[in-house]
Each structure stands twice: as structure tokens, then as C-alpha cells.
Write a protein of this length. Sequence first.
Length: 180
Amino acid sequence: MGSSRHVTRPRGHNVAASLLACLLVLAAANALAQDAAKPNPPEQTESRDFFGRIFHWFGRQADNFNSNLKDAGSQVGNFGREAGVAARTTVDAAKGAADVMVRIPNTRVVSGHEVCAAAPNGAPDCVTAAMKLCKAKGFESGKSIDMTTAEVCPAQVLLSGRTTGPECHDETFVSRAICQ
């Protein structure tokens, strides 16, 4: 039976060789990119050898990459400006809505916790709950502006370590209403 030899090279050797090869290619591409900026006589362009064409191609790719990178940077800048405009517009709209609310006489936003009863179709009836919340605060009428739905479980379910079960049910309630 023949003996086999296994030669092991340190990993650092392979990494260093790869890094050196990449640096040489980049240096050559950079030099070609600088040479590409200078006008070449027609006979030099035609007489390029194989490696010269490859380095020239790398130079063009580097120029294209730089151009695309600049375009991407300007698009990111435009997006940032547009997002700022949208944010300012949203803030202005919210201020306008608050100003209108203040101008309506005897109108207030109230907070509370009024459970929405189930309507005949099974959906929560939060109109009635908003009216109850506003009447409890001394107003004539109201409309809900913020509702929350939560799963409510009996204490024994939660104490047993479970967070849900057949004993649990969904409960919707009005947490804020605009009252008059």
C-alpha cells in the first residue's frame, strides 16, 4: 500500500496571498483608470495585449461603481429631505386639528375605560360606550376616538401559569372620547 502525504499550510498564508492578489488587481485597475483619462492614440488602443484589456475593463468597472455610488448617495439624500417634508406636514396637520378642537365650544377629549357591549351582530357597540363615558364626565354626547381590544382571563387561569384558554374572552373598550 502506498503512503500518502498531506501537506498543511497555515491559513494565514492563504489569506495573505489572496489579499496581495486583490491589492495588485486594484492597483492595476487604479493605474488604468488614470491612464484612461488620458487620450490614447488609436494604434495604442488596438495593440493592447490580453492583460491590458483586462486591466482596462477593471478600470471602467471602478468608474461605473464610483458613479453608481454617487447616484445612490444623492438618492438617499433626496429621501431624507422628502421624509423631513412629510414629517413637517404631518405635524402641521396635527396642530391644525388641535386648533379646530379648541375652537369648538364645550368640546373636550376625555379618557376613561368604558366597555363596549356586544351588538346584535356580535360586534362591539362602542358608540354607546363613548356616550356613557362622556355622560359620566358631565357632557351631553360623545364619540370614541380611541378603542382598545384585550383578551380578558379569569384570575385562576393566569395563576395557573396559562395566558389563554377557553375561559378567556376578548373585551373592547373606549379609552378616549371627544365629548360635547
